[in-house]
Design a protein around this ligand. Structure first.
Ligand code: SF4
Length: 296
C-alpha cells in the first residue's frame, strides 16, 4: 500500500486489511475492477464498517468475479438478478449494510426490471454498476451501454446501435441517490462510496470502468481526459433532478462524476410500509425458528 493511502486510512488500516484476501487474482492486468474494490475497501474502513456488518452480493460477470477478492459475507447470484437478491437480504436484516455489484450487461441487458423496481421501491441497498460498456467475461460482446461505433470482438465493424444513457435512465425513475465515479480516480471514488454508505435508501452508484482487454476504444486516458468532478460544475444543485438529467446528456466530452442527485426526503421501503411504521424489531427476529438438526 502506498504511503499516501496509508496516511489517509491512518487508524483504519487494520479494518482495511481484514477485507483483503489471499485468493488468486483472475482479473486482467489494468482492469478497472481493481480500483473499484480498492476504493470500496477504503470507504468501508474509513466509515468504520467491519466485516460482520456488511453483506456483498455479486452478479455474474467480471465484476461478479470480485466475490472471492474481498473477505466477508458474500453471495453470488444469477445473471441480471442480483438486485432482487440483495433487496431480500436487506429487508430481512436491516441491521447490516447490503452492497450489490453488477455489470452493464447484467443490469441493462439481462435484468433492467429489477433495477427499475429497486429504484422505485427505494430498498435500503447500495448498487454498484460496473459500467465497462461490454460483456467482458464472455470475451467482448457489445452491451446496452456500448458506445456507437466502438469495435468489439462480436462487432468488429463497430456497434451500429445507440447506447442507453444509463444515468439518465435511472434519473427518470425518481431515485433517491444517484452517483457516478471512475475506476481510475480512486481517492474521489472512495469519497463517493462513503456518501453512498451513509445514504438511507437505494443508492445507485455507477462506476465508469476501464476494460483494457475488450474495450480498447475507451482506454484509461480516454476517460481521464474527459472526467470532471461535480464540485466544478457551475451553480450545480444536486437536489434538482432536471439539472441532473441535463448534465448527464453528455457522455462524450465532459463526463461529470460525484453525487449527481440526492433526494433526502424519500423514505426507504422498510420504513414506508404502513404496518411497519412502529416496528421495533428486524424481520429476521420475527421469523419462528425451527430446529433442523434431525434432517442433518
Ligand atoms: Fe477486467 Fe475486461 Fe479483463 Fe474483465 S475482460 S477482467 S473487465 S479487463
Amino acid at each position: 500500500m502506498s504511503e499516501n493511502v496509508l496516511k489517509k486510512l491512518a487508524g483504519n488500516v487494520k479494518d482495511y486489511m481484514k477485507f483483503e484476501t489471499e485468493k488468486p487474482i483472475t482479473w486482467c492486468t489494468g482492469c478497472g475492477n481493481f480500483g473499484i474494490q480498492n476504493a470500496l475497501k477504503r470507504a468501508l474502513a474509513l466509515e468504520g464498517i467491519v466485516q460482520k456488518d456488511v453483506l456483498f452480493c455479486f452478479d455474474v460477470g467480471c465484476s461478479g468475479n470480485g466475490a472471492d477478492k474481498i473477505e466477508g459475507y458474500t453471495l453470488h447470484g444469477l445473471h441480471g438478478r442480483v438486485i432482487s437478491l440483495a433487496a431480500g437480504a436487506a429487508l430481512a436484516n436491516s441491521d447490516i449494510k447490503v452492497i450489490s455489484f453488477g455489470g452493464d450487461g447484467a443490469t441493462f441487458s439481462e435484468g433492467p426490471g429489477h433495477l427499475i423496481h429497486a429504484v422505485r421501491s427505494n430498498y435500503p441497498v447500495i448498487f454498484v454498476h460496473h459500467n465497462n460498456e461490454n460483456f467482458g467475461l464472455t470475451t467482448g460482446q457489445p452491451s446496452a451501454s456500448t458506445r456507437k461505433g466502438v469495435r468489439m470482438n462480436a462487432a468488429p465493424d463497430g456497434v451500429f446501435l445507440e447506447p442507453i444513457n444509463t444515468m439518465d435512465f435511472v434519473l427518470s425513475l425518481k431515485p433517491s441517490f444517484v452517483a457516478r465515479g471512475f475506476s481510475g480516480d480512486i481517492d474521489y471514488l472512495t469519497e463517493i462510496f462513503r456518501k453512498a454508505l451513509r445514504h438511507d435508501g437505494f443508492a445507485y452508484l455507477e462506476v465508469l470502468q476501464t476494460c483494457p482487454t475488450y474495450n480498447r476504444d475507451t482506454p484509461e486516458h480516454w476517460y481521464a481526459e474527459r472526467i470532471k468532478h461535480i464540485e466544478d460544475a457551475k451553480n450545480y444543485d444536486s437536489s434538482d433532478i432536471w439539472q441532473a438529467r441535463k448534465l448527464m446528456q453528455d457522455i462524450e466530452n465532459e463526463i461529470y462524476t460525484g453525487v449527481i442527485f440526492e433526494d433526502k426526503s424519500k423514505v426507504n421501503f422498510l420504513r414506508a410500509i404502513p404496518n411497519r411504521k412502529n416496528a421495533k424489531t428486524v424481520l429476521k427476529d420475527e421469523v419462528k425458528k425451527y430446529s433442523i438438526s434431525e434432517f442433518l
